[in-house]
Design a protein around this ligand. Structure first.
Ligand code: GLN
Length: 265
């Protein structure tokens, strides 16, 4: 008889970095594990809490500059080093927006000194003059991803990291190079709030499988009836198409395509 599988989810800064529904990602990881008989164990890791050595998947949500200052200070030194070494070691992770920025080398806000990140991702972020707000569609190894962005940060990828996705509708990392997010080993970072995982079940299952593998557990996941998730996904794609049809530089074809019906899968 196979032993009971558990998924230990390290939720980073739940009281400080949890805007635009990002807590929904922890709920999805927990529920999609539980639906398969895998026991989810959520460990809240806030200011002053140490990073345990038995976390399978970390989640780090978004937050405003003010919260990022306190979190950057808390991650300085051994705590950030411990988190970075867990990522280097193959722990799974999803970092969104403000959390994503602090997984990099540095985030330079408008009205504060530069905030050091943990350096898990080879990225740097500078606060921009424009706020990117709206629904996003991007292409990735998990297929089409949808989410909602709300950030002024412009993130630039170094050579030590690959983009998580390529923008179809939206602005993404910096509104210029067509990339969205970053991927390094089993860690993912992106600007997609929404929250991202309920509308992108393949991405959620990839994180669960990598987390199970990290501690030597069977990562086989039975498929789930994702009807509701797929409907939510399609609805977000439709909103993004319409919303972005008038973006500067959009081709006539792209403007027309924005009104094309979304195929029912
Ligand atoms: N403060 C950062 C920015 O504006 C992150 C915001 C967020 O997490 N939504 O870019």
């Amino acid at each position: 008889m196979s032993r009971q599988r558990t998924l230990r989810i390290g939720w980073l800064y739940p009281t400080k970095m949890n805007i635009y529904g990002d807590r929904g990602n922890v709920i999805v990881l927990s529920q999609r594990a539980a639906w398969r008989g895998i026991e989810p164990q959520v460990v809240e890791l806030d200011i002053g809490d140490p990073i345990p050595d038995d976390i399978d998947v970390f989640f780090f949500g978004g937050g405003q500059d003010q919260e990022q200052i306190a979190v950057s200070n808390d991650l300085a030194g051994p705590k950030g080093d411990r988190l970075r070494s867990a990522i280097e070691d193959g722990a799974a992770a999803l970092a969104v927006c403000g959390g994503y920025q602090l997984f990099g080398h540095v985030y330079r806000p408008h009205d504060a000194p530069p905030l050091p990140g943990i350096g898990a991702f080879d990225i740097e972020t500078d606060a921009g003059s424009e706020r990117f707000i709206g629904n996003v569609v991007a292409e990735s190894q998990w297929g089409e991803l949808v989410g909602f962005e709300n950030h002024s940060g412009l993130t630039w990828l170094g050579s030590g990291v690959e983009p998580m996705a390529r923008i179809v509708h939206g602005r993404g990392n910096n509104g210029q190079d067509g990339t969205e997010g970053a991927k390094y080993r089993n860690a993912l970072g992106c600007y997609l709030h929404g929250s991202i995982l309920p509308k992108n079940p393949a991405l959620a299952d990839w994180l669960i499988a990598r987390g199970l593998e990290y501690r030597g557990q069977d990562s086989e996941l039975e498929s789930l009836p994702d009807t509701l998730e797929e409907r939510a996904h399609r609805s977000a794609v439709a909103r993004a198409r319409i919303e972005r049809r008038d973006e500067p530089g959009r081709s006539l074809l792209a403007r027309i395509a924005a009104y094309a019906p979304i195929p029912r899968s």
